[in-house]
Design a protein around this ligand. Structure first.
Ligand code: FNR
Length: 336
């Protein structure tokens, strides 16, 4: 059995294989209500038929002003639960697991009233965000745990906190975007506090697998490096985070040189130094490459993004290349 197709049990959830659909915003809501529609059902269900072991639903906003665009999915109200439950049920029908990435866009929100740890715009195309008050910080933290509670009610198997790519949590973590002088800024401990409090409040209401996506390298001078994030990953582990999903960049405008597997080293280093499970992501398109990552213990999960947009049945292709046997979905069996 190829390692890519070995199940993995995390807490009370067994993922059928190591392939994860990386969270990818579709900006496909028909109105500004943030609700699941037919597009989302077809889009995610196709990957479940394709045997993606864990489907991570795109960045889903915990507050209306935390949306990247007005067409983002939302989880800021109880009214979102019903549509999300349909999405969960349809993926479960095909035997696959489903997670949701809960997110706040911070200063990168392209909807009114953007907020951030400090009033610094991403670049001149973006609005200058309002510096968050202590009360707004408290509310934002609660909105993440409310979101996790709703994710539980909808039946999700995994919650992923989006702490990468220059969105709100990353803005608190990074010295490039956080100039606060209160307990949420000023040094590495303080910059971690916002995420720490989010993790604690989410863990209070969510006992299933918890992932955190990070930008393990912020690239720009004086930004957080892999060393900082290794320290943060150690803290996350002690707080009950199960998987660190290792992406990079997006914190400040900075060109990133991407090549196949360009972020795998971060997953590998954090895994080795801290013993936490990790996910690797970034230009992983070849089945043998994905198999190499898991087999050589560089990461426990392989997140596939754009290749799964091109080919929703990528795991079936990978199974063929790696000589793994996958069951056909029941309705296809006669013609398989
Ligand atoms: C993304 N990415 C992304 N990342 C994330 O954490 N939350 C998100 O909602 C999105 N949205 C998104 C939309 C689209 C259209 C793309 C192409 C990408 C990043 C994505 O999850 C992944 O990390 C990168 O695309 C790199 O992996 P691939 O595509 O090279 O496999």
């Amino acid at each position: 059995m190829p390692h890519l197709f070995e199940p993995l049990t995390i807490r009370n959830v067994t993922l059928p294989n190591r392939i994860v659909m990386s969270p990818m915003c579709m900006y496909a809501c028909e109105t500004e209500d943030g609700k699941v529609n037919d597009w989302h059902l077809v889009h995610y269900a196709s990957r479940a038929v394709g045997q993606v072991g864990l489907i991570m639903v795109e960045a889903t906003a915990v507050q209306p002003n935390g949306r990247i665009s007005s067409r983002d999915l939302g989880i800021w109200s109880d009214e979102h639960i019903e549509g999300l439950r349909r999405l969960v049920d349809i993926v479960h029908t095909h035997g696959m697991k489903i997670g949701i990435q809960i997110a706040h866009a911070g200063r990168k929100a392209e909807v009114p009233d953007a907020v951030a740890p400090s009033a610094i715009a991403f670049n001149s195309d973006y609005q200058v965000p309002k510096e968050m008050s202590q009360e707004e910080i408290r509310k934002a933290i609660k909105s993440f745990s409310d979101a996790a509670q709703r994710a539980d009610q909808a039946g999700f198997d995994v919650v992923e906190i989006h702490a990468a790519h220059g969105y709100l949590i990353n803005e608190f973590l990074s010295p490039l975007t956080n100039e606060r002088r209160d307990q949420y800024g000023g040094n590495s401990d303080n910059r971690y506090r916002f995420l720490a409090e989010i993790i604690d409040s989410v863990r209070h209401v969510w006992d299933k697998p918890l992932f955190v996506r990070i930008s393990a390298n912020e690239y720009a001078e004086n930004g957080n490096s892999i060393e900082t994030y290794t320290d943060y990953a150690r803290r996350m582990k002690s707080q009950g985070v199960d998987v660190v999903d290792c992406s990079s960049g997006g914190t400040v405008p900075y060109p990133v040189k991407a090549y196949p597997g360009y972020q795998v080293n971060y997953a590998s280093m954090i895994r080795q130094s801290t013993g936490i499970l990790t996910g690797a992501v970034g230009l992983i398109t070849e089945p043998t490459h994905a198999e190499d990552i898991v087999r050589n213990h560089r990461a426990d999960l392989v997140f596939i993004g754009r290749e799964l947009l091109r080919d929703p049945y990528w795991p079936r292709r990978a199974a063929e290349v790696l000589n793994a046997k996958l069951e056909a979905p029941q309705p296809y069996k006669r013609g398989w």
